[in-house]
Design a protein around this ligand. Structure first.
Ligand SMILES: Nc1ncnc2c1ncn2[C@@H]1O[C@H](COP(=O)(O)OP(=O)(O)O)[C@@H](O)[C@H]1O
Ligand SMILES: [Mg+2]
Length: 254
């Protein structure tokens, strides 16, 4: 119970949020109600699943920095299968404010202890950096999934990410595992996409998920309707890719 999965890559625009939102909802639909935690100050996961005209009273910032009890920050979303701990722009300051907190790397883990048993899965959408917020996510997680965009500089920066994961495993969270590496925005018509996928496969071997997330316009349209692709257009390639991925994730960590 309470398996925590972070979607992490310090690069922006690689598909972390799209993957976190769609996997969280798929898990909620196929398994049990799932909790999505938005740990990015840009709050894209938050706006993707809830009405911003009715913002929650507390966010992940209040939990991490203001000692608000985590249960008070859990809000329902438009989808009965999915709960959310929202993000707000205040979270930008948390990177600095966390520095002076005792056991700062464990702050999120400590807070999630109280609700871990309530959910079968908790999904964390990480910010595009390797700062204290991401370290908190890695320290609190059982597994991470690394989305990689199928483009030329895909592997750039991955060494740094893997090094951070190793440091966390050694010093902060021994049980952290890489559940898998995920190719996103894959375009089968492009040689480049195939080359990059081959390169990633050569590097990560079995860690690469068999499911590729294809480039699909429905996935980029869905957020502007405040919906995950699964509900915006359930028959789209994007929705199906994420359903397949969710099955693979369940197989690996379920
Ligand atoms: N498979 C995909 N096909 C088409 N567009 C995508 C796909 N995945 C993500 N996008 C779009 O690419 C942009 C970056 O994705 P996002 O999930 O926000 O990345 P990150 O969270 O890593 O910054 C967004 O505009 C999103 O809608
Ligand atoms: Mg994002």
């Amino acid at each position: 119970m309470g398996h925590i999965i972070s979607f992490t890559n310090q690069k922006g625009g690689v598909g972390k949020t799209t993957s976190a939102v769609n996997v969280a909802l798929s898990l909620g639909v196929t398994e049990e109600k799932t909790l999505l935690i938005d740990l990015d100050p840009q709050a894209n996961a938050t706006t993707g699943v809830m009405d911003i005209s009715d913002p929650p009273t507390s966010s992940i910032y209040d939990v991490l920095i203001k000692d608000v009890p985590v249960k008070d920050a859990i809000t329902s979303t438009k989808f009965p299968e999915l709960d959310l701990i929202a993000s707000t722009n205040d979270l930008v300051g948390a990177e600095i404010e966390l520095v002076s907190i005792m056991a700062r790397e464990y702050q999120l883990q400590k807070c999630l202890k109280f609700i871990k048993k309530k959910y079968k899965f908790i999904i964390i959408d990480c910010p595009p950096s390797l700062g204290l917020l991401t370290i908190n996510a890695l320290t609190a997680s059982d597994s991470i999934i690394i989305p990689i965009q199928s483009e030329y500089y895909a592997l750039e920066g991955l060494g740094q990410l893997l090094n951070t994961v190793r440091l966390v495993q050694r010093h902060l969270n021994k049980k952290l595992e890489i559940a898998g590496v995920l190719m996103t925005m894959y375009d089968g018509r492009l040689n480049l996409s195939k080359q990059v996928a081959d390169e990633v496969q050569g590097y990560f071997k079995d860690k690469l998920f068999k499911t590729l997330i294809h480039r699909n316009v429905r996935l980029s349209e869905a957020p502007s309707f405040g919906k995950p692709a699964l509900l915006y257009d359930a028959s789209s390639t994007g929705a199906m890719d994420y359903m397949n991925l969710t099955e693979e994730i369940l197989h690996r960590v379920g």
